[in-house]
Structures are given as structure tokens and as C-alpha cells.
Design a protein around this ligand. Sequence first.
Ligand code: ZN
Length: 158
Amino acid sequence: MFEIKKYPDKILRRKCKPVEKITPKEAKLFKDMLGLMLNSSGIGLAAPQLGINLRMIVADIGASPVFLANPQVVKAQGNAKMEEGCLSVPQVTVVINRPDKITVQGLDENNQLIEIQAHGLLARVILHEIDHLNGKLILDYMSFLQRLRSKLRCSKKS
Ligand code: ZN
């Protein structure tokens, strides 16, 4: 079974490879990702978080699941600040400024090229997961001082 890779696992820092085609194998991986995400009470997950070096993400903020391979943001508007956490970086939250409204293209679970318009939380989740495909984590948005504070918090706990 899959498990969620945690920081500082090196797989989380790699740039992921594009998916050539969504075959039944990749479609199953999408479903496995969604299952693991829901089990972990997450609202988004990227393949590298399972140790898989492919550009595949899932997101579900409660409406219906979004499956995207090779996601590409073709339009981004506005911006909003919100606190984010990450299943791969437990116990850390960071306030991140991101576009508020996006148009994103990619392959769905049926290998169809789709375009999704997302705003608010869904836009944020999709952008967070795309960061994972580029080896970027919420920690990268922290200032030096924030990093230091969270390190102190972590070391106090252990
Ligand atoms: Zn994450």
C-alpha cells in the first residue's frame, strides 16, 4: 500500500516527469491517490507525495474529485492570502499568497484534455499540488524567521 512521504524525503524535492498517456494503470493510480488523500483527511495530493515521480494531482474540496495529469495554469487572476498545511509537512502551517482564480488544463482520468476554472480554495489546492510537481513545498514560502520559529517548536516537542 502507498503511504505519504514526509519532509525531508528527497522525492519531495524532485521535478516530476510528464505523463505520456492515461492508461488504466495511471487511472488506477489516480484512484489510489484519492483514497489515500481521503483517508488522511486531505483535500489535495500530488504523485510525488506517494514517492511517484509523475505530474499527477488530485483535489477534492467536497464537491467532486478533480484528477489532472500534466496540469498547466493557462490563466491566473487576483490574489488572496490563506494559511496552508501539507500532509508531507505535518504540524506546519504557512500563510501563502496565491492567485485567487485560475484556468488550468491537463489530462483527466480518461485521457481527455480538459480545462478547469477554479477559484478560492480549489484554485489554492490545485496550485499547491502543482508546486509539489516542481519540488516546491510550503516551507519555501516561509521567511527565515518563520523557519527558525517552527524549528524551535519542532525541537521542543521531541
Ligand atoms: Zn502538500
